[in-house]
Design a protein around this ligand. Structure first.
Ligand code: NAD
Length: 329
């Protein structure tokens, strides 16, 4: 059943999103839309992001259309740094879904929980398609809000036995350790050099503006998912890594402008032609990893179509489970 029914608008709260959508749902939705993007069946529209000159807020829209999934919509929201003091999350977003046949608004879906879920699904998709099958050690760089979502989704992709972690603010690591323990995984706080030497898969999910992980520290065969860089100027890894790795991205245009690849491209280390859309691997038009020694890097910048994909699933599940009542607009 689609959310695009003709009997009213669905309002799907954050609470309902948390109740209905599971990690495998988000994984499938994100994997499918990455595939559709690479086939040219789905496209993201230009992102709008503006400082509004009030409350230090950054406000913007991410929108797109997935012709394969028949999902049209926009995620609106942004970052309000003063929210924490008011007991609210600093990142605030809402997804609006429209009927692609008529333009009618079909659903308003809380976007905060879904953003974390779809971002974790993105790195999980990259691990599923690019990491070595025998990966045992997961390296986490970052220990903020997103990190636990990342950890939970990643460990479902391989038989990980151990988590090694480093964060610029070590006092934040216990929350990651608690999730690893809950998942039955050994956890160790290490230096970033040790992390590079031990991890088979690395996820970076920080707000850094300078490289935290150097190319020389990464061992052959590693898969690294760079997830924190989603704005011009942010940076998590040594640009030299882009030279030694085979590089994939959710969306190449976004990766080279606001993603982790921006620095390697700006310094002339690589060009746009060195990046492959992960959707090509999903669709089987690119072989993905070619050897056990190859380093693979995924630049997950976060595209609007990911938000729309998971919001559409949440709206459909909420409706199927009788948790929402359509209202007339
Ligand atoms: P958070 O504020 O909860 O945690 C921030 C993390 O970055 C912590 O690990 C913190 O120690 C670290 N950090 C903070 N300032 C730093 C600095 N100056 N240098 C190095 N590290 C620093 O944030 P979060 O919600 O966990 O998000 C983490 C990052 O992921 C943010 O940059 C956010 O914009 C980005 N993000 C990306 C996507 C995507 O789709 N790619 C989606 C959501 C969030």
């Amino acid at each position: 059943m689609s959310a695009n029914t003709d009997d009213g608008l669905l309002i799907v709260s954050e609470e309902i999103c948390e109740k209905v959508i599971r990690r495998p749902d988000a994984f499938s939705a994100v994997e499918a839309v990455f595939g559709a993007m690479a086939r040219g069946d789905a496209y993201n529209f230009p992102v709008v992001r503006e400082a509004i000159g009030h409350a230090d807020a950054l406000y913007g829209f991410k929108s797109g259309f997935d012709r394969a999934g028949m999902v049209l919509g926009v995620k609106a929201g942004g970052y309000w740094p003063g929210n924490m003091a008011k007991g609210l999350t600093n990142h605030q977003s809402t997804v609006c879904l429209f009927d692609p046949d008529t333009g009618r608004l079909t659903a308003l879906v809380g976007g905060n929980y879904l953003t974390a879920l779809r971002t974790a699904a993105s790195s999980a998709v990259s691990i599923a398609h690019l990491a070595r099958k025998d990966a045992k050690v997961l390296g986490m760089v970052g220990a903020g809000h997103q990190s636990t979502f990342q950890l939970r989704a990643a460990v479902e992709q391989r038989d990980f036995e151990r988590v090694v972690a480093w964060n610029p603010h070590p006092d934040m690591l216990p929350r990651l350790a608690a999730v690893a323990e809950e998942l039955g995984l050994a956890f160790e706080a290490v230096t970033p050099e040790e992390l590079g030497a031990q991890a088979d898969v690395i996820i970076t999910i920080t707000s850094a503006f300078e490289p935290l992980i150097m190319a020389d520290w990464i061992k052959p065969g590693t898969h690294i998912a760079c997830m924190g860089t989603d704005t011009k100027g942010k940076q998590e890894v040594d640009p030299a890594l882009f030279k030694s790795a085979t590089v994939f991205a959710d969306e190449i245009a976004q990766s080279i402008t606001i993603g982790e690849a921006q620095h390697a491209v700006a310094s002339g280390l690589i060009g746009e032609g060195n990046l492959t859309a992960i959707g090509e691997v999903i669709n089987g038009t690119h072989p993905g990893r070619s050897s056990a020694e190859e380093i693979t890097l995924f630049d997950g910048t976060g595209v609007g179509l990911q938000d729309l994909a998971v919001a559409s699933v949440a709206a459909r599940l909420a409706r199927e489970q009788g948790l929402v009542t359509p209202v007339a607009l």
